[in-house]
Design a binder for this molecule. Structure first.
Ligand code: ZN
Length: 105
């Protein structure tokens, strides 16, 4: 995990528009508020899975993703979730897909 900010020299609050995160799908930077936080959880069958954390309140390591199927597909193809969440490569992103499918667009 590369630290992009020296927190003492550049507090995130100094950035216009608030904190910025990198989307694990397209690798573009965006305001944290525009991205969906993804954390390590379990799917309906109890297997390890990348799950959405819309409130951004879940503890532990998180990844950030544009809430779109395009960026989700890219993240899954690049195995970005297992890498970002320090999980096994079998990690499924299906709960995120279901979450996005249920979202009004
Ligand atoms: Zn993206």
């Amino acid at each position: 995990m590369v630290r992009e900010h020296n927190s003492s020299a550049c507090p995130e609050s100094c950035a216009p528009g608030g904190p910025v995160r990198t989307c694990v799908g397209c690798r573009e930077r965006a305001a944290k508020s525009e991205l969906l936080r993804i954390v390590l959880g379990t799917d309906v069958d109890g297997r390890p899975a990348a799950v959405p954390d819309p409130g951004g309140s879940a503890p532990g390591r998180g990844a950030h993703l544009h809430p779109t199927s395009v960026c989700l597909d890219r993240a899954v193809r690049r195995r970005a979730f297992p890498r970002a969440l320090r999980a096994g490569v079998g990690l499924t992103g299906e709960p995120v897909r279901e979450y996005l499918a249920a979202r009004p667009t």
